[in-house]
Design a protein. Structure first.
Length: 131
């Protein structure tokens, strides 16, 4: 999810979408129907991504002890902020570093490397699905 979301910055038409989005956000302050529509889109985005992150927790792909929705809210806010940084201050535009930081919140701690340089970290087993 995160790679796809933050990978959107590589899309050559991203700036066009960003400029249009900034115009729409401004208009939404004056137009209640538009504001409600944008709000519904954000709720859908947050709930969909939270569901995916909780599924990754359930299957043992990421840590289960983190608040999935809080991580998603952070990721969405970072994504939205990066979009504006890209347009207004490209020198500060660092999506890879921000993505890596967010992923560090949900990743299992790394074990020290073994003698051959490979990681000795083990993936935690998935919990069995209750029927």
């Amino acid at each position: 999810v995160g790679r796809a979301m933050f990978g959107a910055f590589d899309d050559p038409v991203m700036e066009i979408h960003l400029r249009l989005d900034i115009e729409l956000r401004g208009e939404s302050l004056r137009n209640e129907a538009l504001r409600q529509s944008l709000g519904k889109q954000l709720v859908f985005w947050r709930t969909s991504m939270t569901h995916l992150l909780k599924e990754a927790q359930r299957t043992g792909q990421i840590r289960a002890d983190v608040d999935a929705e809080a991580v998603i809210v952070l990721a969405i806010c970072a994504y939205e902020g990066l979009r504006q940084w890209k347009l207004f201050d490209p020198a500060m535009f660092r999506p890879k570093e921000v993505y890596d930081l967010i992923m560090s919140l949900v990743a299992f701690p790394s074990a020290p490397a073994g003698p051959d340089g490979s990681s000795r970290a083990r993936r935690r087993p998935a919990k069995s699905r209750e029927v």
